[in-house]
Design a protein around this ligand. Structure first.
Ligand SMILES: Cc1ncc(COP(=O)(O)O)c(C=O)c1O
Ligand SMILES: [Zn+2]
Length: 380
């Protein structure tokens, strides 16, 4: 598929890097955070084979040289990605929605999981633990099944039943944890002392999968970046992935600008919205109210400060949507033929709020991140 000598040479230079204390480390199966406690980024030189990309299959692996996996035989794929970009009208304005609920496991998390779990295979890892509000657990479990990697998925007990059934269907060991999402993360950290932590929040290889969102949007808009992106903010894995993706497109000269990044939180759990509104560079964890948008109910996002930096750097903003608007957006999208889960509807509520504030003359891209089919229990 690619010039393997080039790829091996390029990827041998990959390293983990901490943007807080500037330390860098060789890639290692035991390392999942910096000595200072911060999440690590990946130093990686992407390449885009402009002539080859359009001739390749419509999956996210068409950007092969921009994805940090050494050898093709390690790729674990379920033919994911290159989701449709559909033009729709909201508040009298045309907006493009990326149909990321049409992934094999029903959410955008497959973007990150296909790359992260391929990397696990490349590193020879046989068993992993992961914690999730549900969809990331489904995605990691599916790709581990594909690669014959044993996995234990920790989720809050309250997680939607459809997601629990799906995780078990892939043969993963399901661990339900009493209490909050944060409690689930604490329990998982103990398990991660012994077993590889395949965390979608901590592991930068996940972001080097979600970044393909940017590449696809760029290609689908005739090789242009939009003006504005409106994306969900829980741990911000799509948000930061898209930011990395557009930065890579800019650094390789394929686009002149990085879009304005607008993040959407649930008003019931909005630590980043609060920090942004108060002009703070660092967020504080928040108390959480009830919300149907379980996927973005994250009181302490692992990469929260990185997200705040990306918002500021791109001239973006963070909005918070109340519960009533989330439910209304979910119903409205159903009437337009798209059955999405409440977390996914929160982004659309945010999109309407953004458009309602003033008339916009911008190319705007947003997304439907998760199918409604898993969440029927909570909806009824
Ligand atoms: C459907 C859906 N949309 C959005 C999100 C938010 O993603 P992130 O936590 O990476 O910001 C999630 C997270 O679980 C999700 O399941
Ligand atoms: Zn550090």
């Amino acid at each position: 598929m690619v010039d393997s000598a080039w790829l091996t040479r390029a990827l041998s230079m990959d390293r983990f890097f901490c943007s807080r204390c500037n330390l860098s480390y060789p890639i290692s199966p035991t390392l999942w955070r910096c000595a200072c406690g911060s999440p690590l980024d990946l130093l990686f030189q992407p390449k885009f084979s402009i002539k080859k990309i359009p001739k390749r299959a419509p999956t996210l692996w068409r950007y092969r040289e921009a994805i940090p996996i050494h050898r093709d035989e390690n790729i674990l794929s379920l033919s994911e990605g290159f989701t449709p970009l559909e033009a729709m009208e909201f508040e009298g304005q045309r907006v493009f929605l990326k149909m990321d609920y049409l992934f094999p496991t029903g959410s955008f998390k497959d973007r990150g999981a296909t790359v992260l779990v391929s990397k696990l295979k490349e590193m020879g890892i046989k068993k992993v633990v992961e914690d999730s509000s549900g969809n990331a657990g489904c995605a990691i479990a599916a790709y581990c099944a594909r690669g014959g990697i044993e996995c234990e998925i920790y989720v809050p007990e309250s997680t939607t039943k459809g997601k629990l059934a799906q995780i078990e269907a892939y043969g993963a060991i399901l661990k339900k944890v009493e209490g909050s999402r944060e409690m689930t993360a604490e329990v998982t950290l103990k398990a991660a002392l012994k077993t590889y932590y395949a965390s979608h929040c901590w592991n930068p290889f996940f972001l080097h999968g979600t970044k393909t969102f940017a590449f696809e949007v760029w290609e689908q808009l005739d090789r242009r970046a939009p003006d504005t992106l409106i994306l969900p903010l829980g741990h911000g894995t799509l948000f930061l992935g898209a930011y990395i993706g557009f930065k890579e497109l800019k650094e390789t000269g394929l686009t002149e600008r990085i879009p304005k990044f607008v993040g959407i939180q649930s008003a019931s759990c909005a630590p980043l919205y609060q920090a942004f509104r108060e002009g703070k560079e660092e967020f504080s964890s928040t108390t959480k109210g009830e919300t149907m948008a379980e996927g973005i109910a994250i009181a302490k996002p692992v990469r929260g400060n990185q997200i705040l930096r990306a918002v500021r750097e791109t001239g973006g903003e963070i909005l918070a949507v109340p519960e009533g608007e989330i439910v209304a957006a979910m119903k409205a999208m159903g009437r337009r033929g798209h059955f999405i889960e409440p977390t996914s509807a929160a982004t659309i509520a945010g999109l309407s709020q953004y458009l309602g504030k003033q008339a916009r003359r911008e190319i705007i891209v947003s997304t439907l991140t998760g199918t409604g089919l898993k969440s029927v229990g909570k909806m009824v």
